[in-house]
Design a protein around this ligand. Sequence first.
Ligand code: NAX
Length: 327
Amino acid sequence: MKAPLRVAVTGAAGQIGYSLLFRVASGAMFGPDQPVILQLIEAPIEKVMKALEGVAMELDDCAFPLLKGIVQTSDASVGFKDANWCLLIGAKPRGPGMERADLLKDNGKIFIEQGRIIDAVAAADARIAVVGNPANTNCMIAASQAKRLSADRFTAMVRLDQNRAQTQLAKKAGVDLTAVKNIFIYGNHSPTMFPAYAHATIGGKASAEVINDTAWLQGPFCETVGKRGAAIIAARGLSSAASAANALVDHVHSLVTPGAIHSVAVKSNGHYGFDANVWAGMPVRTTTPGSYEVITGYAMDDFAKSKLATTNKELMEERAFVADMIK
Ligand code: NAX
């Protein structure tokens, strides 16, 4: 039996947490022979900690053979202690009338603190995956606090957007979704993101050739993927939760599976023309468990270049809003 992995999860009593934890404990994230210890971190609010207790009781009641322990805490230095993976889901939601700059700053405080604590107490091989919005910038903020852990350990999730794009292409082409390959998300997890349809293949052929409708690819396709989160809220009255949890399972599972090719928001280091210091979605290939290399070879046409410039501009603006916090 392998030694258990310690998996810290913030916002564990929230919507996404409730869809996520059972799948981590059942082996969907790290594989059917990898035991886990869940280290659940929540806000220090009595009602929330009580809800967390209920979630932990349900995890117990599942009798998952791979689940070797549950920690429940509102103290991040306890929750992140020796964690091999830190899944940062908890964040402050945007309230009515709240400016984007205020949201960035409020979340900035949370992610500065968590980045600092993770760097101090997490395991030597710790990896961090950020889901809480604005995910790219929160990830950049957390990474800015790390002295021991390198920036490449910090990733943000754009996998939900990739999964959404894959399904939309398959539906339009009238094929099974497994026929769609190499659809990658560039830039911010926001409506400015760019699903680079030109590099996708459908049944081994170029997607543009199969779909044969450039106006749809550049218009409704990009818009549907970019605004899918808002469409879910409009329909369900609540934001995406099960699909977001599923995407996080995919994000981490792909990052621990050598050879996997997938979209991740990483420190751009200037790839694809992004500002070097923003975290932008782009294609990566997992090398060894937890490590990856950016796939840099994709050429961009004029439409793609203008989309990348727009999402890069937004990421740079978000960085500028919090510049004084990350010095
Ligand atoms: P919920 O409001 O249901 O849950 C969030 C939980 O986080 C709450 O229980 C809250 O108490 C906790 N929390 C807040 N601050 C915390 C802190 N400092 N430490 C620990 N816990 C803390 O939200 P949920 O629907 O689960 O969404 C969570 C986050 O995911 C939101 O920021 C949301 O915008 C973001 N999303 C990101 C997506 C992505 O693709 N990157 C998609 C889905 C989702 O919208």
